[in-house]
Design a protein around this ligand. Structure first.
Ligand SMILES: NC(=O)c1ccc[n+]([C@@H]2O[C@H](COP(=O)([O-])OP(=O)(O)OC[C@H]3O[C@@H](n4cnc5c(N)ncnc54)[C@H](OP(=O)(O)O)[C@@H]3O)[C@@H](O)[C@H]2O)c1
Length: 341
């Protein structure tokens, strides 16, 4: 059993902690944070998904803040760090690096970082489909961002089946998450004026051979990014074969506009209708009508639920770092525990 702590229990941290709790080969040892936020109270409340999980302060001040706000705090994370095998750090960008230097490295504890962490925080950038094996035995791994995860999943499926010469991807990114009221509403479309945007180089961190250029804009929605992708292949193929490559990828779903799922809003509603917790969609959703082939060039449009897609990758990263399971076994274990189709 691997003892796991989740440090920073916000949008990503609370979901990751829930996913770890569902694994039979890992124990959610504790969670830690610095403020008694509404979401922390909710998940630890009697009806909450993490009720009963020990709560520690990430710092002395954090423990004091939360105790002053009436929360039951079991102590400071550093005091129990020897009991922990790996910390999944889901703190805001900047805090993660300080945690590595001040807490994880001095105490010889492995750590998994998130997409906003600086690149130099970990040599290995991780996506389960694209490079599971590279995290084997590593002490520090960074799970790539939500945009990069969906591009890596779809592109690795296509690359494995047909080989890719070159990719151009245009990204339409959500303005903020639902609780990020500080980010909006924005009544604008905001281009990333740096071309290529950082997403292309981010994908190359897990698929180093890939020739990819990305452009990005931000729009005023909260559920889902949309990517328009064109890949030039090494050989001719058919639309049906590309769709089959996506079907074979367990964390990519084909969604049908013709069946009524012709927008991110309608897919969001589907997730609510089928009872997905928080309407989370951990899979990348490729609109099957958009898969089109023109000789050696294939186009498609997919969506990614930014709050959910990286969650299973964090669990798989741990199995690779501790050399617990082979890639496909880990992906299946994580996916089935989380109800991923
Ligand atoms: N949200 C997304 O869509 C998304 C998708 C993929 C990857 N990511 C990445 O995931 C990481 C976390 O993002 P998020 O959206 O989950 O952020 P978030 O919702 O703001 O959660 C961060 C949590 O860490 C807490 N925190 C702040 N300072 C801390 C400290 N010193 N020690 C421990 N905890 C501390 C925050 O508490 P307070 O609220 O009190 O500050 C909050 O509970 C980032 O690297 C981000 O880029 C985010």
């Amino acid at each position: 059993m691997v003892n796991v702590a989740v440090n920073g229990v916000g949008t990503i941290g609370k979901r990751v902690a829930e996913a770890v709790k569902k694994q039979e080969d890992m124990t959610l040892y504790c969670i830690s944070d610095v403020q008694a936020t509404g979401q922390l109270r909710s998940i630890l409340s009697e009806d909450g998904s993490l009720h009963g999980t020990p709560l520690y302060g990430s710092t002395e001040d954090g423990a004091q803040n939360m105790a002053d706000e009436g929360m039951h705090v079991d102590g400071v994370l550093e005091d129990v760090i020897d009991e922990i095998d790996v910390v999944i750090d889901c703190t805001p960008p900047g805090i993660d690096q300080k945690n590595k230097e001040n807490l994880y490295e001095p105490n010889d504890v492995k750590a998994v970082f998130q997409g906003g962490a600086p690149d130099e925080i970990a040599e290995v950038k991780f996506n389960a489909d694209a490079n599971y094996e590279e995290a084997r035995g590593e002490d520090f791994v960074k799970v790539v961002s939500c945009n990069t995860t969906s591009l890596s999943r779809t592109l690795s499926a296509v690359d494995e089946s047909f080989g890719i010469d070159k990719v151009t991807a245009n990204l339409v990114r959500r303005g903020g998450d639902i609780p990020q009221d500080s980010r909006g509403p924005i009544n604008s479309t905001i281009p990333v004026t740096e071309v290529p945007s950082h997403h292309g180089p981010d994908v190359q961190a897990v698929m180093p051979e890939l020739d990819i250029t990305t452009l990005a804009v931000k729009v005023p929605v909260t559920y889902g990014h949309v990517h328009m992708v064109t890949a030039e292949l090494e050989k001719e193929t058919s639309e049906e074969d590309v769709k089959q490559a996506f079907r074979n990828q367990p964390r990519v779903n084909l969604v049908s506009a013709g069946e009524g799922y012709d927008s991110t809003g309608k897919i969001h509603e589907k997730m609510r209708d089928i009872g997905r917790k928080r309407s989370d969609m951990q899979e990348a959703g490729v609109w099957e009508e958009t898969v089109s082939v023109d000789e050696e060039r294939v186009h498609w449009i997919h969506m990614v639920h930014q709050e959910a897609i990286v969650v299973p990758e964090n669990v798989d990263a741990i199995r690779s770092m501790f050399e617990m399971e082979e890639k496909q076994d880990s992906i299946e274990m994580t996916s089935s525990s989380m109800g991923i189709e």
